[in-house]
Write a protein that binds this ligand. Structure first.
Ligand SMILES: *Cc1c(COP(=O)(O)O)cnc(C)c1O
Length: 356
């Protein structure tokens, strides 16, 4: 196999070591004679996989005991409707729009209940100053997206929300650095960026917030029912959970998220420093909000876009095309992207700049 680096925004690169282990265990998991895909979700083998995945995830993020971890289906966009169903409880909720995903979250939540947009950036290149957010004291929750995958905008700190629980979409930067979970009411993340294959969504929810679901919430969307049933109100995405568990083990072996954060800082610095050193490439995001995971950039002269992407592929640098709403390029450099991959990209960018 030729060696490549995959910069996809998601589904995204997974650690080679994890894929190899999954391959080795594919036909016969730990002497069970079965693939994980073939096991009953209620059997002791799979229950041990789920318990280990949860324990390792809790260890990685030091999740306090008064939070439940749910392994759900439907991705982050399904959570966009589950959140108001589970939390609104007759009130309204505050939302900040800082990019494409938080904008989508507002649209989805508005179908369920009453939503106030309390902050909005224009264009999506920064997080508005927290002092200007028009927060409501009696909101059911405040929703934010702490890393905007499409726009490459990452939060630097959190707004002071008083007693209002903060609900954060961390799909594209969860596990990229330590977080103080106790500052949030709910954290959720689709798996396909930094956790594992698509089809699984992790939800971390504070216990007291499990009491607010609307009576019409369907059972599979009902966080309390899912919590009481170990995420098995129906069949959970078993193989995705197994893969996530392997990624968690890989992260722990490497020293946990504090160590990974240092690597992510180094990777991000490498590419942003190069972009800033030339006017051939442009990144418009405010410096303190530049994402360590998703680096959108454009060429000063857009006529070279197609050539940039085609030549990149010849160099084994894949899936660098920007989101269709933004254009240009985007390099997603998640946990599983080694520093050598970012170095290869920067080397290629230099080469391309010289020849154009
Ligand atoms: C990818 C992504 C989503 C969408 O996840 P789905 O699994 O497609 O529902 C939502 N929010 C953010 C921040 C994302 O990066």
């Amino acid at each position: 196999m030729t060696s490549i680096y995959n910069f996809s925004a998601g589904p995204a690169v997974l650690p080679q070591a994890v894929l190899k282990r999954a391959q080795a265990e594919m036909l016969d998991w730990h002497g069970s004679g079965m693939s994980v895909m073939e096991m009953s979700h209620r059997g002791k083998d799979f229950l041990s996989i789920l318990a280990k995945a949860e324990a390792d995830f809790r260890a990685l993020l030091t999740i306090p005991d008064n939070y439940k971890v749910l392994f759900l289906q439907g991705g982050a966009v399904a959570e966009n409707v589950m959140i108001p169903m589970n939390l609104l409880n007759g009130k309204s909720a505050d939302y900040a729009i800082t990019g494409s995903w938080s904008k989508r979250s507002v649209k989805e939540a508005m179908a369920i209940g009453s939503i106030n947009v309390v902050a909005q950036s224009e264009p999506f290149t920064y997080v508005p100053d927290f002092a200007d957010w028009m927060l409501s004291e009696d909101a059911a929750y405040l929703h934010i997206c702490t890393n905007e995958t499409v726009n490459g905008v990452e939060f630097d700190g959190l707004p002071g929300a008083g007693g209002v629980p903060i609900v954060a979409d961390m799909s594209s930067h969860i596990l990229s650095k330590p977080v103080d979970v106790s500052k949030y009411g709910v954290i959720y993340a689709g798996a396909q960026k930094n956790i594992g294959p698509a089809g699984l969504c992790l939800v971390i929810v504070r216990d007291d917030l499990l009491e607010q679901a609307s009576a019409t919430t369907p059972c599979v969307f009902h966080w309390k029912q899912q919590a009481e049933n170990d995420s098995m109100v129906n069949t959970p995405p078993t193989y995705g959970i197994y893969m996530a568990g392997l990624v968690f083990e890989w992260l722990l072996e490497r020293g946990g998220v504090a160590v990974i954060e240092q690597e992510n800082i180094a990777k991000a610095a490498l590419i942003y420093n190069y972009i800033d050193s030339t006017d051939f490439y442009i990144n418009e995001v405010a410096e303190q909000n530049r994402s360590r995971m998703n680096v959108p950039f454009s060429l000063k002269d857009e006529v070279f876009n197609a050539a940039f992407l085609a030549d990149a592929e010849k160099h084994g640098l894949l899936q660098l095309k920007g989101h269709r709403s933004v254009g240009g390029m985007r390099a997603s450099i998640y946990n599983a992207m080694p520093l050598a991959g970012v170095q290869a990209l920067v080397d290629y960018m230099k080469l391309f700049e010289k020849s154009h």
